[in-house]
Design a protein around this ligand. Structure first.
Ligand code: ACM
Length: 462
């Protein structure tokens, strides 16, 4: 029977008591709105469990804690043995940050609906509460918009892909694509909501928009050119034409998004816009203002801070924390997601077998010991990022995300000092068996399994 000291993320406080409670047991849930938001208090006695909760999220998290206490088998899809027990005692818990996010890029490589639902389960199991769904990019458009069917009939797939990272013309010659209907997305939103996860969608403008331009060339810099959904990785220099008609088009697209996603925060991208003009800046500002006029707040990447007169936004500070400081000093809210700490597509070791090594070396310890320097009322929280240029399957996503996302979950949830030497055995001895039971193909601590290597595929380490 795992003790309270095996929990991940670590709770605020625990008082262990002797004895055990047979599991499953009746759980008495009591509301206590005076508890901190998303908080819960779990009291386990030999006779049963009382779960006192601040709100619906608090109940979700209290139940996740019970699942961890019952042992790894509680993470299987079906019960395979009887005789599970819970340790007796009391745990009091609430999160450090209100925004504990993970970005999943479904544009570069499409993830099926079933894969997204599973990813939501994994976020909830780690008490993460935001799924930032990156729905559009140069390489694919993943949300059906009935007024503009070519966004998915043309933009929803590419004829070929670069494999790994290189400068050559080689492509795999294999079509890649997929998209979600409005009802698929509503289902994902509802499923996530019942697990206390908010889905924050992102449509990236005015860069990273080549799939939209391929679908409707009048949106781009040259309506007569022969556009196609991009088959390369990197930063395309083809930007949206920031005209009034493009703005109208995207107001319609964002209105459709608002109809599906109840999230108070909606992503508009704004990152990596090479050669941006003032008109591109005005375009972003007008979309942000449009979202504000509909009662939503825009989430933009920190490049948008170069634009004047933005409405109050949420800024994803990815280039470095100083951009977060700047955003807060201008009155914006901030989600910290610095590339040099929490980009989970970056390589996790210098192991010679590390598959498709790209980006910086970002070890499990780097992620675990990341401590945001920014504090204050504008700090909403932190977010890990899973970009998928080099993660072409859900198995590759598992490998890149775990166990680093487990480490990230603890920094986003738990208060107090973190000691990697304490974390590591807790992860290895208690959390890995949970991930095993869930069927998560995480990276083993000492390097990839042979079938997780990709000796056929070049990377490009920084
Ligand atoms: C980003 O990594 N371009 C937000």
């Amino acid at each position: 029977m795992p003790g309270f000291d095996t929990l991940l993320p670590r709770p605020v406080s625990v008082t262990a008591a002797p004895g055990a409670c047979p599991w499953p047991a009746p759980v008495t849930v009591r509301p206590a709105p005076e508890l901190p938001a998303e908080g819960y208090r779990l009291a386990i006695t030999p006779r049963g469990v009382t779960l006192t909760v601040a709100d619906a999220a608090g109940e979700v998290y209290g139940r996740q804690t019970l699942r961890q206490l019952a042992g790894p088998d509680a993470f299987r899809a079906a019960s395979i043995r009887s005789g599970l027990t819970l340790p007796c005692g009391v745990a009091e818990d609430h999160p450090r940050f209100g925004w504990r996010g993970c970005l999943l890029d479904v544009a570069r490589h499409f993830r099926t609906k079933a894969e997204v639902l599973r990813f939501v389960d994994l976020l909830a199991a780690h008490k993460l509460n935001v799924l930032n769904l990156h729905l559009t990019d140069d390489q694919g458009w993943r949300i059906e918009v009935p007024r503009f069917p070519r966004l998915t009939s043309v933009g929803g797939w590419r004829r070929s892909s670069m494999v790994g990272r290189h400068d050559g013309p080689e492509r795999d010659g294999r079509p890649h694509g997929g998209f979600y209907s409005a009802d698929d997305l509503r289902e994902i939103v509802a499923y996530a909501a019942s697990r206390a996860v908010t889905v924050v969608p992102e449509i990236d403008v005015p860069g990273h928009a080549r799939a939209a331009i391929a679908a409707y060339p009048k949106l781009g810099p040259d309506p007569d050119a022969d556009w196609e959904v991009w088959t390369s990785w990197g930063i395309s220099t083809s930007l949206l034409d920031p005209s009034e008609s493009t703005l109208d088009f995207f107001r319609t697209v964002f209105d459709h998004l608002l109809d599906i996603f109840p999230s108070p925060v909606i992503g508009l991208g704004g990152d990596e816009v090479p050669g941006a003009t003032e008109a591109h800046g005005r375009f972003v500002r007008d979309i942000a203002a449009h979202l504000a006029s509909r009662g939503r707040q825009a989430l933009g990447w920190d490049e948008v801070l170069d634009i004047d007169d933005l409405p109050p936004m949420v800024i994803g500070a990815w280039q470095d924390e100083a951009r977060g400081q700047l955003a807060a000093s201008r009155g914006h809210d901030v989600v910290l997601c610095p590339e040099d700490r929490v980009y989970l597509d970056h390589r996790q070791s210098d192991h010679p077998d590390e598959p498709i090594p790209v980006g910086y070396l970002r070890t499990l310890e780097d992620v675990y010991t990341y401590e945001p320097a920014l504090t204050g009322p504008h700090l909403r929280g932190a977010q890990a990022q899973v970009w998928t240029e080099h993660l072409d399957t859900a198995r590759r996503v598992d490998y890149a995300a775990f166990p680093r996302l487990s480490a990230f979950a603890e920094l986003a949830w738990s208060t107090g000092p973190r000691d990697f030497a304490e974390f590591l055995p807790r992860l290895r001895d208690h959390h890995f068996p949970r991930l095993d039971a869930l069927g998560v193909e995480y990276r083993p601590l000492d390097g990839p399994h042979p079938w997780q290597t990709r000796p056929d595929t070049p990377g490009r380490p920084r």
